[in-house]
Design a protein around this ligand. Structure first.
Ligand code: SIN
Ligand code: CO
Length: 400
């Protein structure tokens, strides 16, 4: 369990409780030596290798692109792309590297002071000296961890939604960006910068091995919440439930939508959505939706719970499939809802807690009631798989 009141090097000596109350969603924090012994688990060439693979989300940002300034192109790339690039003025960004490189996924375990379902992914960027993605604002919290080389970070306050953006380009780059006094630092390996949503920032590479890991969080927009929940609850509302006006009085003007009509529709709407249990059911599903649906591949044949028990007893282990997301909610003393990859299973609360916390599952899980039934369902859906079958990062030659 997270120790809320123990100071952490990762948080610059703040306790998780202090970090959350002073900085989380509020103000930036520069942390020198957040991971003092960090050695980047991948090289720039490994990143380029990932960017050449089918199904991996990769972007190349070129400040002076072949067609326009700040041009963005999408992977998969090939050797020819990298060999035509100039010596500066570009960045390579690869999304969800934690799904492909287990050592990058392991880094996320240190961020257990925020619920795991808030984590989105680790984006890794590489830029030669002078390269950047321009000054911009993100809508989500991010920890910018310098994994190798140096990057200069400049912060420019909170410009708000109305800030002018450069027109006619692929990126949302701020037209006006000025560095605030004292808000500029060069980060070295192991240093980290936390930014809450809405802070203008600009990160420029200062070395030919500059790699930055962006540990990003997910937070659905109000639009996504309203439309997502409306779709979910809408399917459960019968067609016979309709706008009703048994209290109708003769209208003063035949075409007028009067206050009573609006009050009736408001009451129907509020009554339909004010359902905390369904809201939890929907939210758990929504927050565990995998980032890439095709990464969770259902098993070809059904797993017998008894066979699964026998295999765990023999010493085999299961692990969460890369990209799989778990969360849980207690219903009562004996039952919880385990949310996995957008689905829900009822199970014992201690089993739900264990499965949502552990990344590697061994025979210890069999002590929980009905664990083999739940595990078999998760193996069938592709959310759990044998821990010994994990893919290695594909090798890469000299690309950059
Ligand atoms: C980068 O790593 O180049 C950009 C990360 C960010 O600004 O969010
Ligand atoms: Co950013």
């Amino acid at each position: 369990m997270t120790s809320a009141n123990t100071p952490r090097t990762l948080l610059g000596g703040l306790t998780p409780a202090q970090f959350l109350s002073q900085h989380w969603q509020k103000s930036p924090l520069l942390i020198r030596g957040a991971l003092p012994d960090l050695v980047s688990p991948l090289e720039p060439d490994d990143l380029a290798g990932l960017a050449c693979e089918e199904g991996i989300e990769a972007r190349l940002v070129e400040e002076h692109g072949p067609e326009k300034p700040w041009q963005v192109s999408h992977g998969p790339f090939d050797d020819a792309t990298f060999s035509r690039l100039p010596s500066s003025g570009w960045s390579l960004l690869v999304q969800a590297v934690d799904h492909y490189v287990p050592e990058v996924a392991e880094l996320l375990e240190a961020f257990d002071f925020v619920p795991s379902w808030r984590l989105d992914d680790v984006m890794v960027s590489y830029a030669p000296p002078g390269g950047s993605v321009g000054a911009h604002v993100d809508q989500y919290d991010v920890f910018l961890l310098q994994a190798s080389g140096k990057r200069r970070w400049q912060l420019g306050g909170s410009p708000g939604d109305q800030a002018q953006l450069i027109a006619g380009i692929d990126l949302r780059i701020l037209e006006d960006f000025s560095v605030e006094a004292g808000q500029e630092w060069v980060l070295e390996p192991g240093d980290m910068l936390y930014l809450p949503p809405g802070v203008a920032h600009h990160g420029i590479s200062e070395s030919d091995d500059c790699m930055t890991f962006s540990i990003g969080f997910r937070a659905p927009s109000a639009d996504e919440i309203v439309t997502g929940f409306a779709d979910y609850i809408g399917e459960q509302l019968g067609d016979d439930r309709r706008y009703g006006d048994a209290d109708l009085q003769p209208p003063l003007h035949v075409g007028e939508l009067d206050d009573q009509a609006i009050a009736r529709v408001r009451e129907l709407l509020l009554d339909a959505i004010d359902r905390p249990e369904q809201m939890a059911q929907w939210f758990g599903r929504a927050m565990t939706q995998p980032k890439y649906l095709d990464q969770v591949v259902p098993a070809e044949s059904a797993t017998a719970p008894s066979a699964l028990r026998a295999s765990l007893e023999r010493g085999d282990r299961l692990s969460r499939s890369p990209g799989s997301r778990f969360a849980w909610r207690r219903q009562d003393e004996s039952q919880a809802i385990l949310f996995v990859d957008g689905d829900a299973i009822l199970c014992d609360p201690e089993l739900a807690r264990y499965l949502a916390a552990e990344t590697c599952i061994d025979a210890g899980v069999l002590d929980y009631p009905e664990s083999e039934r739940v595990l078999a369902a998760l193996v069938d859906s592709g959310s759990l798989s044998s821990a010994d079958e994990e893919d290695e990062v594909s090798g890469s030659g000299e690309i950059l």
